[in-house]
Design a protein around this ligand. Structure first.
Ligand SMILES: *Cc1c(COP(=O)(O)O)cnc(C)c1O
Length: 369
């Protein structure tokens, strides 16, 4: 039973949930790395191992979202993301495992090896790709796609928002905070002063903030924004916190309200570099340190930038006496086999340029699998 459900049995009765992943994820002490960087005590939360086939932070959200899809009677799900979206891939993989078809509505992003790998793996898991030039054309394509799906499947598709971020999906990370509390109580780590986590569609950070408050854990979340402010502003974050709190209270009035002040969110935007999915030197340096000391691969778009915030704060001696938890949101399961079996020419033509044109200069081979 999920730790959240133990504390709020009414949520267990009322919310759709299905086990997809392998929880709880491990917590590890990165002693040598913490010492090398100048962090008091450094720990890592291994959400990269959240699933047997594919890990990362989307699995916790999909346990709720795909359960809702099944409950709705849909036989197909539809979601949106950028071309290399880990979320679209995770959705395709776990939907396929439940016998659901999936449509990924994708938009352009900077090219990288992982974009190619995710597209090939998505095709392996039967994702139906639609590539749109931008958000406006994507929005216009939604309705025809939904209707086409209705004709094909005999039912409307279940729509999952970008990043799986909506109150039901965010509940996966509310639960993750309760899971962390159990691990603290079991003595696996001291209560972290700070929890660093990459922030895209904001669901992971918002869920952790709400969950830690409800669980009475005094750690401060440090969301590192890796996407443009248009998609992840403090005001939008505050609304998401409020909506998710209200959603959970509707199902169980014991759950505390999700009201936060915009000024208390502590969103970091100094590690974004040149923009979403554009790798940064600082990020790649952080990734190299992690690989060297812990053998864990970070991702240039998300986790490398989030971890570079810890390096930056260690350099100014801001965390030399702190307990710091790095929440690892990127998958580390190997998809080489699935991706290796697909020829990119099987994908829609509009996606071929990711394979025919160079990756961005900073995406050195092996830097980011
Ligand atoms: C999607 C994603 C994030 C961002 O999580 P949000 O809940 O969208 O803020 C962070 N890291 C990785 C690897 C991701 O794929």
């Amino acid at each position: 039973m999920l730790p959240l459900f133990k504390h709020y049995p009414r949520l267990a009765e009322r919310l759709p949930h299905i086990t997809l992943g392998q929880l709880p994820t491990p917590v590890e002490h990165l002693g040598a790395l913490g010492e090398a960087l100048g962090v008091g005590q450094l720990y890592i939360k291994r959400d990269d191992l959240s699933g047997a086939v594919y890990g990362g932070n989307k699995v916790r959200k999909l346990e709720f979202l795909l359960a809702a899809a099944v409950r709705s009677g849909a036989s197909e799900v539809m979601t949106v993301g950028f071309a290399g979206s880990n979320h679209a891939l995770a959705t395709a993989i776990y939907a396929n495992g439940l016998g659901l078809a999936s449509i990924s509505m994708l938009m352009p992003q900077a090219n990288a090896h992982y974009v190619r790998r995710n597209l090939l793996a998505g095709h392996h898991y039967h994702a139906r790709f639609r590539y749109c030039r931008n958000l406006a054309t994507l929005s216009m394509s939604m309705l025809p796609e939904i209707l086409a799906s209705r004709v094909r499947q005999g039912a409307f598709p279940y729509i999952i928002p970008g990043g799986g971020t909506c109150p039901l999906g965010v509940t996966g990370y509310v639960n993750a905070a309760f899971e962390l509390r159990d691990q603290i109580q079991a003595g696996l780590l001291p209560t972290p002063d700070l929890i660093y986590v990459a922030m895209g569609s904001m669901g992971t950070s918002a869920g952790l903030m709400l969950g830690l408050r409800a669980a009475g854990v005094k750690s401060r979340v440090v969301p590192i924004r890796v996407i443009g402010e248009r998609l992840a502003s403090p005001a939008a974050m505050r609304r998401l916190l409020h909506r998710t709190g209200a959603f959970l209270r509707r199902h169980d009035p014991e759950f505390p309200a999700g009201d936060f002040r915009t000024t208390d969110l502590g969103i970091r935007d100094d590690l974004l570099g040149d923009g979403y999915a554009r790798f940064s030197d600082r990020g790649l340096e952080a990734a190299a340190r992690m690989r060297q000391h812990a053998g864990i691969n970070l991702n240039g778009t998300y986790t490398a930038k989030a971890f570079s915030a810890i390096l930056a704060d260690a350099a100014t001696h801001a965390v030399h006496n702190k307990v710091v938890l790095f929440w690892n949101t990127y998958n580390s399961r190997d998809l080489a086999k699935q991706a290796g079996g697909v020829d990119y020419r099987q994908l829609p033509r509009a996606l071929h340029h990711y394979f025919e044109q160079k990756v961005q200069p900073l995406d050195l081979a092996g830097a980011d699998r």
